[in-house]
Ligand binder design. Structure first.
Ligand code: ZN
Length: 156
């Protein structure tokens, strides 16, 4: 997992000058995080991904490092859904200038697609999907559908 550089500030991957390090991602979810950030196979962004890194707190975790990019709130809200323990580190001039956790909002508007094809949010009506976040899953406020598993695949 190491690229030969010594760990810097607890990170296994080499330091960046400006950008964002998303640490403590649920193991196996790094690629879903990239999808949320709109980073696909043809990206031009400078990017490092480490998966299944040993973590004292989590057993295993993933890390994503993106140069010259800071995340928008909508992106952080989506990441929270699949990686609730994630830590976002903002790097400027090689220094961590901001470090924060993620928080799942109580209501998700336009974040998740309702799996129910008959739901009004999936028709031609211009209605934004709206889910409330419950301990048992995501609850569609229009059709009562409950998303319990595989939330990543419904993220818009
Ligand atoms: Zn619905």
């Amino acid at each position: 997992m190491s690229d030969g550089n010594p760990p810097v500030q607890g990170l296994l991957i080499s330091p960046i000058r400006n950008g964002t390090v998303i640490d403590h991602i649920t193991a196996g979810e790094a690629l879903n995080v990239l999808k949320i950030l709109g980073i696909t196979g043809s990206t031009t962004e400078a990017l490092s991904v480490a998966t299944n890194v040993a973590s004292r707190r989590m057993g295993k975790k993933d890390i994503v490092k993106i140069e010259n990019r800071e995340l928008r709130k909508e992106e952080v809200d989506r990441i929270a859904l699949i990686a609730p323990l994630a830590r976002i580190n903002i790097i400027r001039d090689y220094r961590v200038v901001d470090k924060k956790g993620v928080e799942i909002p109580k209501i998700l508007r336009g974040v998740v697609r309702c799996p129910n094809p008959g739901c009004i949010t999936n028709t031609s009506e211009p209605i934004e999907s709206t889910f409330e976040v419950l301990p048992k899953g995501l609850h569609c406020l229009y059709c009562d559908w409950l998303i319990k598993d595989d939330i990543a695949s419904y993220i818009i």
